[in-house]
Design a protein. Sequence first.
Length: 194
Amino acid sequence: MVNNLRIISPVTRMWKYVDDVSTSESLSRNCTSITQTTLNSVQLWASDNWMKLNIKKCKELRVSFLGETQLMPLLIDGHPIETVRSHEVLGLTIQNNLKWDEHIHEIVSKASKRLHILRVLRRSGIPPADLLTVYIALIRSILEYSCEVWHNSISCYLSDKSEPCVLYTLNKLTKMRCCRLVSPNWRLDVKIYV
């Protein structure tokens, strides 16, 4: 099957990855949204290619710094699309306030769960070099995935007292614990470059 979905609009952007399609539209004040027209085009294309959009997987994420915006609900086959506050796209959680605290919380939580694997392997007598390989593959890969997108905002979190100290959480929770698990003789004043 050839993916020939095209949306021709000066205000609508589209991203495709395998079977996922994301569109965006930037609206100025008092402008009319054409997102429903875009959605209708995608739906028509899907129908022409013997496919159907899954209403349960279609989400709308509105980013607005003007407070609540009154826009018409988007419809697929007469059913409204769910409007969400955050959505995961290719492993990256995007929030409607453009902060990354949900994404960071998720990756720290996922990395914490995988620390148990290192503990079990260390108790089994696995050599430190192999433990380091497991750390790089299972834990560090989670922490570094898409960090080019969100890591610059960490300083914003540190300056805002209401947000958790993300750098402290990431460093203490993962790097130091993992280094202790990989090498029991590891000290705070010794740096391991990975």
